[in-house]
Design a protein around this ligand. Structure first.
Ligand SMILES: Nc1ccn([C@@H]2O[C@H](COP(=O)(O)OP(=O)(O)OP(=O)(O)O)[C@@H](O)[C@H]2O)c(=O)n1
Ligand SMILES: C[C@](O)(CO)[C@H](O)COP(=O)(O)O
Length: 386
């Protein structure tokens, strides 16, 4: 790479998703726990050769995009894909960009391998783009009757990101007739005599266009299911409040500990951290740290849930067993389930809470303390990208 080289990515995300329908433009819809747009943005942002990622969104979606991708550089796109690209190119040219990768937000599952292939193709051409072979027979539809067969030899399916030297793609956009539409940028560069190299595309990169494509994208995510457990004990003492499952319970004793000692939320926090192998509650909130003295344990649980969400994960189900002789848990079960569901932002049907005694045996049986076992099951996106 030369000293002066500056490679940018330009994501076009200003479309209305009319073929998809359903109100919210598809690039802002949830896909595996994060907006579709976030997937390719992350892949481009983390590629070592790319120094800038500019995302074009509809003018009235700027605030939405900023809230979904707080660190992203976003700008208003245009009325067509071509206009959105042209506006982005103008901005990137001012930033001294020498090469640009133009990518559809509607192609979320972009790997670094594809980016590498496009950049390699660009080294010896004006542009480079990923393509796939056509596997199906191609035919014309003549009023819902089979028409002419279209030879598929030498025909490829074109994907993005399409990479270009900035001068070549800016000249192509400038020369393109204002009234003509172009479905991509490579055809514009070619029309001006530019050479666009073809590199191997990726089946994961299929564009999400029609409603059925969302289901296909979910399947491509290849969710990985993980289950982990947590266990915790706190001592019952006079003069303490009894917090259990995020609920204050009237009792003659309460649990003692550095925080509010909510043994149920602690066990559940450990179970959730376990699903992403992120240590335990003490790793994140050391008892030696005075800031957690008397802390409400709901924040520990929310922290674990956020770490899972940051990985694109979803909490499928949590199950707790509170082990104590007293108080009776039954009367408080509904309130605890509601509070845990609220803290985790999941439906109450995904929270199970049970209780048992130990038949007066052991420390729980003698009323010296309360224990909780918790199990959490989460799904993490596994197949698409880390
Ligand atoms: N004015 C536009 C139109 C499209 N695009 C983007 O160009 C890509 C092309 O994909 P496409 O499936 O055509 O997206 P939409 O235009 O949103 O879909 P539709 O044609 O069904 O309305 C998408 O990432 C889309 O957001 C854009 O940035 N600006
Ligand atoms: C740019 C593109 O994704 C390459 O295949 C495609 O041309 C976009 O076409 P659309 O009709 O705007 O979806």
């Amino acid at each position: 790479m030369s000293q002066m080289e500056k490679i940018a990515a330009l994501i076009v995300a200003a479309g209305g998703g009319t073929r998809m329908g359903g109100g919210v433009p598809k690039q802002f819809r949830d896909l595996g726990g994060r907006p579709m747009l976030a997937w390719s943005h992350e892949a481009l942002r983390t590629h070592p050769a790319i120094s800038t990622v500019l995302t074009m969104v509809a003018a009235d979606q700027i605030d939405v995009a900023r809230s979904l991708l707080p660190d992203a550089q976003v700008a208003p796109g245009g009325a067509s894909r071509r206009e959105s690209v042209a506006k982005g190119l103008r901005q990137l040219a001012l930033e001294g960009v020498t090469k640009v990768l133009i990518h559809d937000a509607a192609r979320p599952f972009l790997s670094h391998d594809v980016i590498d292939r496009v950049l390699a193709g660009l080294a010896s051409a004006d542009g480079a783009m990923p393509v796939l072979a056509v596997a199906d027979t191609l035919a014309r539809n003549a009023d819902d009757v089979l028409g002419e067969i279209v030879p598929r030899d030498g025909v490829v399916r074109v994907q993005t990101p399409q990479g270009f030297h900035m001068q070549a793609v800016i000249a192509a956009h400038a020369a393109w007739p204002a009234e003509a539409e172009a479905t991509d940028d490579a055809q514009m560069v070619r029309r001006l005599g530019g050479r666009v190299a073809l590199v191997q595309g990726d089946a994961m990169l299929e564009k999400i266009t029609y409603p059925d494509d969302m289901a296909g994208a979910d399947m491509r995510l290849a969710w990985e299911t993980r289950t982990a457990m947590g266990f915790d004990v706190h001592r019952l003492e006079d003069g303490e409040e009894l917090w259990l499952g995020g609920v204050l319970i009237p009792h003659h004793q309460g649990l003692s500990g550095h925080s509010d000692a909510d043994v149920a939320l602690h066990a559940l926090t450990d179970a959730l951290l376990g699903t992403i192998a992120a240590g335990d509650i003490g790793t994140h909130f050391p008892p030696s740290d005075p800031q957690w003295k008397g802390a409400e344990s709901g924040q520990f649980l929310q922290h674990a849930a956020k770490l899972i969400a940051d990985k694109g994960g979803r909490i499928d189900f949590v199950d707790l067993t509170i082990i104590c002789e007293a108080p009776k848990i039954g009367p408080h079960r509904a309130a605890m389930v509601a509070r845990i569901a609220e803290l985790l932002q999941i439906d109450q049907s995904r929270v199970s809470l049970k209780a048992t005694t130990t038949e007066r045996l052991g420390f729980t049986g003698r009323g010296e303390g309360i224990a909780t076992q918790a199990v959490a099951t989460v799904r993490l996106p596994g197949g698409a990208q880390a």
